[in-house]
Ligand binder design. Structure first.
Ligand code: ADP
Length: 479
């Protein structure tokens, strides 16, 4: 291409005497040929019908521009009907490609029929009518309509996928379609402007927009696929995260189910054992009486011990049964002191085995609240269990339980000398299924919290000023 010299003024009537149009067409054609090949290679892993059609369309379109640029060297049929039919077919293939991308496929047979009709119409204007103006309008007009359709489909993909790449593709084809249409209108108004190699501003603009559409159109097309890939990867990551979460929940549910089974076994064991234990108690009572009657005082003393321990075992079993049995909440006047003592009785063996020192500060008179004793025991059981576990690893393990009353509120705190809670743990600690323990279910605190709320109170956990964690339960106190 040489330097540009403007010969005449007026829109569409400016001659660019040194702008070598055939070379410009040739270069644009080469670009159109090379870009789709690049796209085809880069999208090797996503090659689908859409990609094949798009790239084939680009190559055929590029061929048509190369043919147009070689008009002075090649036979007339190749650079006229051949080039224009390739132009039509190239754009039409891309229209079918974008319809495919929108899941609206079109039969390729229609494309063949359309191309043949287009070629016949073009050849009729060219060889029979020898009307250059009509031939140009036929060729450019139909191609402009197809390019505008391409732009419309691009915008449709842009809307459907919310894809900026598709919008770029659509915009550049819209510009090409408009310039082609404008050029056709100019030819309608001024027949002397017909001919693809007519060197005026509009033709130059056409070549420029053509080159732009080759570059931006192909990059936009690749962008549509890359955006779809990124979206798919995001969706896959989401599905994977959901699967992992549901696997974790299934594991926890299975664990809960196992614990429920153990609870049921324990309940029936407590029920089954209470009968023989009562019998042992009655038998020892009778033996005790007989020993006393026969004057065997040392035997009588042993029998008394057996009787006392049997009664203790019966009491423990009754408390376990009461704790396990799930029943509707039964609100009654409950002594918080009693709740603490009962739970300590249940946990006593374990606490001793763990070598944890427990100090209890229970006021006299006792603090009473309105509540379900079993549910209140459940809260205390959870927080004491957590406190004992939290002190693991400390040389001296200590738990402090306090009850007091302040105006109309009953307060209960359980403090431990464990490591306390990190800010991350603190922010999630009462969320259901949050646990930092390998065998934890992460439901204890959230259940305890909802029981407290159900009783008109609250339950909070935080770090104590002296170190370790402190759980604070408040409930409306009874007079
Ligand atoms: P789980 O005991 O099954 O983990 P919880 O709901 O009872 O479930 O407790 C949730 C989490 O809160 C625990 O995993 C632990 O990280 C933290 N936590 C509870 N109590 C204490 C405590 N006394 N000291 C330190 N961390 C605690």
């Amino acid at each position: 291409m040489g330097s540009m010299v403007i010969g005449q003024t007026g829109w569409g009537c400016v001659h660019l005497t040194s702008f070598h149009l055939p070379t410009a067409y040739f270069i644009a054609g080469l670009l159109y040929l090379l870009m789709p090949l690049g796209v085809w290679l880069l999208l090797s892993k996503q090659r689908s019908t859409t990609v094949h059609l798009w790239c084939a369309g680009g190559v055929i379109f590029g061929t048509s521009l190369v043919l147009l640029g070689s008009r002075t060297h090649l036979p007339d049929w190749a650079t006229h009907v051949g080039a224009n039919t390739c132009l039509f077919l190239g754009v039409a293939l891309r229209v079918v490609a974008l319809r495919h991308a929108l899941h609206k496929p079109l039969r390729l047979g229609w494309l063949l029929v359309g191309s043949v009709l287009f070629a016949l119409g073009y050849e009729y204007c060219h060889s029979v009518l020898h009307n250059e103006q009509l031939r140009y309008i036929w060729g450019s007009g139909i191609t402009a309509a197809l390019v505008l359709r391409l732009a419309w489909l691009g915008f449709a993909i842009g809307r459907q996928d919310n894809s900026p790449s598709a919008r770029w593709l659509a915009s550049v084809y819209l510009a090409l379609g408009l310039v082609l249409s404008l050029r056709s209108v100019v030819v309608v108004l001024d027949g002397s402007r017909a001919g693809a190699l007519n060197d005026d501003v509009l033709t130059m603009l056409l070549v420029f927009v053509g080159v732009m559409s080759a570059i931006v159109g192909n990059i936009g097309f690749m962008g549509i696929f890359l955006e779809r890939l990124t979206r798919q990867a995001g969706q896959m990551a989401l599905v994977q995260a959901r699967n992992e979460e549901s696997a974790r929940l299934s594991h926890q549910i299975a664990q809960l189910d196992r614990r429920r089974s153990v609870g049921e076994i324990a309940a029936s064991l407590a029920h089954e054992l209470s009968q023989p234990l009562t019998n042992i108690y009655l038998i020892t009572e009778r033996a005790h009486l007989e020993a006393e009657n026969t004057g065997a005082t040392s035997v009588s003393k042993y029998l008394h011990d057996v009787q006392r321990n049997t009664q203790k075992a019966v009491d423990i079993l009754n408390r376990i049964r009461q704790f396990i049995q799930s029943k509707e909440s039964q609100f009654e006047r409950v002594s918080l002191n009693r709740v603490v003592k009962d739970v300590m009785d249940l946990l006593n063996d374990w606490i001793q085995k763990e070598a944890v020192d427990v100090s209890m500060h229970l006021p006299t008179p006792a603090v009473f609240v309105m509540g379900d004793p079993v549910q209140l025991s459940q809260i205390l059981m959870n927080i004491c269990r957590n406190a004992v576990q939290a002190t693991q690893g400390q040389a001296y393990r200590h738990i402090d339980i306090r009850i007091w009353r302040e105006a109309d509120r009953a307060h209960l705190t359980v403090a431990d000398n464990g490591m306390g809670l990190t800010p991350e743990v603190l922010s999630q600690v009462s969320t259901a299924f949050f646990s930092t323990k390998s065998d934890g279910l992460g439901v204890g605190l959230s259940i305890s919290k909802s029981i407290a709320t159900h009783h008109g109170g609250s339950l909070t956990i935080g770090n104590a000023s002296q170190g370790g964690a402190e759980v604070h339960l408040t409930l409306p106190a009874l007079a």
